[in-house]
Design a protein around this ligand. Structure first.
Ligand SMILES: C[S@@+](CC[C@H](N)C(=O)[O-])C[C@H]1O[C@@H](n2cnc3c(N)ncnc32)[C@H](O)[C@@H]1O
Ligand SMILES: [Zn+2]
Length: 167
């Protein structure tokens, strides 16, 4: 698989490995297209590195998982991301397509991030470092937050909510 031009995998300040730019990207520019392997929703596999395409978009009626198999696998989440991931079902090739678009101008050396917007049941503590960090990697839709597991509720920080107490 060819390396994605303009991107490099590094040790991230956010978590584990991450991806930084080796050239600038402009707001609205497509940063890259990903490559991945398809799994059905009921398949047994490690979904840590997978995007999910909802059932209504998948062409199957069921959601599908797309296990990222290129440098995009290492892109971290931020609550103030500099990119967004777009995805769609490719009806001709019967697979998923995903690509990342810059939300603002991104200089050389900045880590590429996007908002994972996890469903509450799989939310994780967030260490993105943004001033607007929600404390959790989670979709902030109130209907989703209503399903947050009890042990994660104390980590949630949203505008208008009290800051987390120091431990
Ligand atoms: C697709 S992987 C990203 C690559 C990851 N850094 C690694 O080295 O394996 C997704 C996982 O990375 C971690 N991660 C990504 N962004 C994070 C963040 N902002 N805060 C904490 N952990 C994060 C979470 O454990 C998440 O499930
Ligand atoms: Zn965050």
């Amino acid at each position: 698989m060819p390396l994605l031009e303009g991107l490099r995998v590094i040790h991230s300040k956010i978590h584990g490995y991450g991806v930084v730019t080796t050239r600038p990207f402009s707001a609205g520019e497509t940063i890259c297209f990903g490559d991945g392997i398809l799994y059905q929703a009921d398949a047994e596999f490690d979904d840590t590195y997978a995007l999910i395409l909802p059932g209504e978009d998948s062409g199957h009626g069921d959601p599908v998982f797309w296990d990222l198999a290129c440098q995009t696998r290492w892109m971290n989440h931020s609550c103030d991301p500099n990119s967004e991931v777009c995805s769609k079902w490719d009806h001709n090739e019967h697979t998923m397509r995903a690509w990342w678009v810059a939300l603002r101008d991104i200089p050389v050396g900045e880590e590429i991030t996007y908002d994972y917007a996890f469903v509450a049941e799989v939310a994780e503590a967030c260490y993105c470092g943004a001033s607007t960090c929600r404390g959790l990697i989670v979709d902030e839709d109130p209907a989703n937050l209503a399903n947050l597991p009890e042990h994660l509720r104390a980590l949630l920080r949203l505008p208008g909510t009290a800051p987390r107490a120091a431990s």
